[in-house]
Design a protein around this ligand. Sequence first.
Ligand SMILES: [Zn+2]
Length: 416
Amino acid sequence: MTTTAIIGGLLVDGTGADPVPDSVVVIEDGRITFAGKKNGKAMPRADRVIEANGASVMPGLMDVHVHISLSAPSDLLKEMTARPVGEAAFEVANNLADTVAGGVTTIRTVSDLAHLDIAARNAIAQGKIVGPRIHPCGKGLTTTGGHGDIMPCWLCQSHGDISEMVDGPDAIRKAIRVQAKTGATWIKLFQTGGVVDPHGRIEAEEFMPDEFDTAVSTATTMGLPVAVHAHNKTAILRSIRAGCRSIEHGMHFDEECAEAAREHGTFLVPTLTVMDRIMVHGAQAGIADFMIANVRERTTKHHEYVKYAYDIGANIACGTDAGSLLTPHGSAGREVVQFVKCGLDPVQAIEVSTRNTAKLLKATDVGTVEEGMLGDVIVVEGDVVSNVRVLEVPGNMRHVLIAGQEVAAGGRAFRH
Ligand SMILES: [Zn+2]
């Protein structure tokens, strides 16, 4: 039996409870056996004691909108055509390391090249590389010319894309079966254009109603939850009513959407980080003006509706769009800060990004630091309640533990 004790930190356990100063967290054989106030707790004989004075102790962060085969370029097409799939695979290993270095212990991937996300999950499980827990979508499904159809026609045949181009119910059914066969545990659908599309089809939908219904009923019948990239209200409401589990981005998500989402238990994953990165760093990185304008025009409302959704009790989860434009892997701490910008307090923002995000994944033994949960715990330099921005800096992650095993420290992942 291996016992680790984390002593003296400010415990923010992810349940929304008041922070506990001078705390003790005990992890025995990968599971948490105690989390709470130090006094009164008879200390077990620990194999390892982690001093957490001056630090915060909290659940590992979660990011449910990640493209692990992309590396945060300023131009997605340029990155994807600049390297063969084999090189992308090595980048995936680096991106996984950056993910855990940023304090992120669980991710969901939402469309990746050549099923590299599934390969990564398997390689981590076999102990070949270091990385977070992964809930993979494999390739997203998009229509011909849809938002996920990034490569021009003359390249996608030879190179592949992060999505599968499918048109018509039969092709959609088959594509979902292929994703499941490959090992995907989620299905991602692209149902509208995006803020960065040169053709600007944010207002339109991509799958026809019969195609969309086929996709959702096939996935649901097979036990695969559906995540939908959707910006406009028609697409958002269609997704919610059809029983999809999460709405990705949702720049035009409003009161009506929030109420429908609450009624159906749908999660909003607003990916505030990628929007912020485009606004703050886009011009300098050479991102087209219309993309920056698209984001800027909608951001204030987007933030207001995230707060509205939170206040009425609709589900929100933490997803950054890591890997996509200018958004580094291991950025979930940035999303926590964005939730605070929307008006949540830091304890609420952490709860959304840990316990509530675990709920989206139906992951019942991660997301909080409580007795019985797996030991996915981070020790963060400073006080996350009075200065939540400490979470933005990977170097502040003093210790990152997955099931009690240290996988990263001080902003660097350990190599096997
Ligand atoms: Zn994305």
